[in-house]
Design a binder for this molecule. Structure first.
Ligand SMILES: [Zn+2]
Length: 288
């Protein structure tokens, strides 16, 4: 009898361990999205108010899940508050709209510095020479469940959604890339055909960008994308969301491949972002 009671209790404990986190997550996702958070997004995420209503609704749920599952910590004296958490979560979750997603399942921690942070770097070149150096970074993505960001650059990138630079989109594109098992510019893609088209388009565009960077020729994609295929994917993601019309015109195949992957067409709302931001600039100039 005692044995069966023990088995029943053990089974109940296992069931509770499986069901309770799921229940808590569902409760968090379904909770109303606070007005205060809507205010934060209205101020900080230039794209938020231009999104169609169904995507905004999806974004609310993704942000809720993100904030329920990820742990934020401040570094360099920065205190984490809702403004930092909600702004970063919303920008990161833009990459997940219209997709079946577990919301960056490998990511656990987001560490936020007030401004660009300095890291010690040790690099090994092809000849095996190890060099140590220090670098200023705006963001960093690790495959072991960590993203590091500089808050002032996060804010600049999310408020200015037309310059093609966005550190959150960049680092979270690396997170998507790492879900395939290696950070190589090819995230998890559906089917062999998807992978083949991706490889052909990306390698051609990557070669072009390398040539432009080598010759110092101006290009729509930032030259930093010529560093390696992983950086190319991250930079192409920034351009896709922040300069969609130009990308569709000048890099049509790349745009189509990314549109298939991200399952959104940012051209649908981006013209409104551009005109809203032009208004802000005009107002700023008139103050002088
Ligand atoms: Zn990068």
């Amino acid at each position: 009898m005692g044995y069966w009671i023990f088995v029943a209790l053990a089974l109940a404990a296992i069931a509770a361990a499986l069901v309770v986190p799921h229940y808590r997550l569902k409760k968090a996702i379904d909770a109303p999205f606070p007005d205060e958070w809507v205010g934060i997004l209205g101020r900080n995420n230039a794209v938020y108010q231009r999104l169609p209503q169904d995507l905004r609704h999806q974004l609310h749920k993704l942000v809720r899940q993100f904030l329920h599952q990820k742990h934020f910590s401040g570094a360099g004296g920065l205190e984490i508050d809702d403004e930092i958490r909600v702004t970063i979560a919303a920008e990161a979750c833009l990459l997940l709209l219209n997709r079946k997603t577990n919301v960056y399942p490998a990511l656990r921690y987001i560490i936020v510095y007030p401004a660009a942070f300095i890291v010690d770097r040790e690099e090994i070149d092809e000849a095996g020479v190890v060099s140590k150096g220090r670098a200023d970074l705006l963001g960093e993505s690790w495959s072991n469940g960590k993203v590091i960001l500089a808050w002032d650059d996060v804010l600049h990138g999310s408020r200015n959604f037309v310059d093609g630079e966005n550190v959150v989109l960049h680092e979270f594109a690396h997170q998507l890339d790492s879900e395939s098992g290696s950070v190589n510019g090819a995230p998890i893609l559906a089917g062999v055909n998807g992978l083949r088209t991706w490889a052909t388009t990306f390698s051609g565009e990557f070669d072009e960008l390398q040539k432009d960077a080598w010759h110092g020729k101006r290009s729509l994609l930032d030259h930093y994308g010529a560093t390696n295929p992983a950086e190319f994917f991250a930079v192409a993601t920034e351009t896709f969301f922040e300069k969609p019309a130009q990308m569709a015109k000048h890099h049509a195949e790349l745009f189509e491949v990314l549109k298939g992957y991200y399952r959104v067409d940012p051209r649908e709302w981006h013209a409104q972002v551009v005109s809203a931001q032009a208004g802000v600039r005009v107002k700023g100039q008139s103050k002088k």
